[in-house]
Design a binder for this molecule. Sequence first.
Ligand code: IMP
Length: 428
Amino acid sequence: MPTLVIVGGQWGDEAKGKLVDYLAPKADFVVRFSGGNNAGHTVIVDGEEFRFHLLPAGILHPNVTAVLGSGMVVCPKSFLDELDSTQAGGRRIGKPLVSGSAHVVLPYHRMLDQYEEEARGADRIGTTSRGIGPAYQDKAGRFGIRVSELVDKSRFRERLRGVLDYKNRMLEALGGEALDFESVHSEYAAYAARIQPFVGDAESAVFEAVSEGKKVLFEGAQGTFLDLDSGTYPYVTSSHPVAAGACLGTGIGPRAIDRVLGVCKAYTTRVGAGPFPTELHDDVGEWIRNHGKEFGTTTGRGRRCGWLDLPLLRRSAQLNSLSGWAVTRLDVLAGFEKVQVCTGYRLEGQRTEQMPQDTVALSQAEPVYEELEGWQGDLRAARKLQDLPSPARRYLDRLEEFTETPAAMISVGPDRGETIVVREDLLL
Ligand code: IMP
């Protein structure tokens, strides 16, 4: 069974990068399908840390074709900077392939991201300020400039001229300064010249790889509840991080996907605003943040931290048709005498086990907890389930039972090797 989609099961930052890196040696293709350089995938190899925002984390493996799919929005400078830094010192990496149908993030997108956040006032989303929302707005509004147009000299000049005239009127109306056409054009034409060799028909390449039975790993970014449709709207990103996004963002159909691995932390985190029923505003939340180094890879912001939310994970399993879970950061939670897991909510005096789909209702939902025994000690040396303390195994059992989804992998530390494979048959 050769295709596997990896998705974030919560609100992003579930350590998808590490799992992609772990599975990528078996893959022929690693394909990102949504988002842009708002993502932050950290991979640690032999103590050396790599941070990917735009390139698929799987690019660290030289035999892999690393695709940036049509569902992505591409900041060309970020692409080139990451490519340069990943290759520094002569490191051999995979072959990048950027879909010509992906959209380009331009300077006015970043400016508009800022203006839109200001306009939201107290309801600000807390975006990553990378221009992601405005770039997707342009795509849906048919103003977007595709990568294939960026690398076509005369077409790019013509498209930029038309779009920039309009964007400058918006920027000026919002109290900003108009951008100079020649300077934007010359900066982006220079990026285009360097990106051009990597641009191609990624949709056909992925389709052919799937048809030929090659192993294709789809690398999700962000998380299920940041999805534009299925997430906690409007506190979401503007793309589709759910498993279905792998189809939309690469041009394959649903039957081409064999398995879906949902990645979840052993607790819950969220960056930016929006409902988070199990958030902890006390010393425990602070302890998890510091102990788990829960600070954003992209923005450096401290992440909001809380207990594991099982109804949320069950909803995630449903939304993504999960085959299995990869549970990460189990090691971080060691040290508590007792741990809490949310098994339902109290909402308007009623108790429910269903995660409310409505954002306002979710923000009013009070978690109902079940107390489980905590575990102690350093888990990082564990390489099989039996190496884990029995309370940690019971914690995993409860997760599996509640979400009706098996744990396929457990991560007990940031390094590639600090991993337990439970169900090889659910992976690539
Ligand atoms: P945007 O994607 O920059 O528009 O941000 C929208 C929301 O998604 C904000 O709450 C961000 O904090 C969040 N977000 C975007 N990318 C990530 C990610 O990779 N991890 C976690 N949160 C993210």
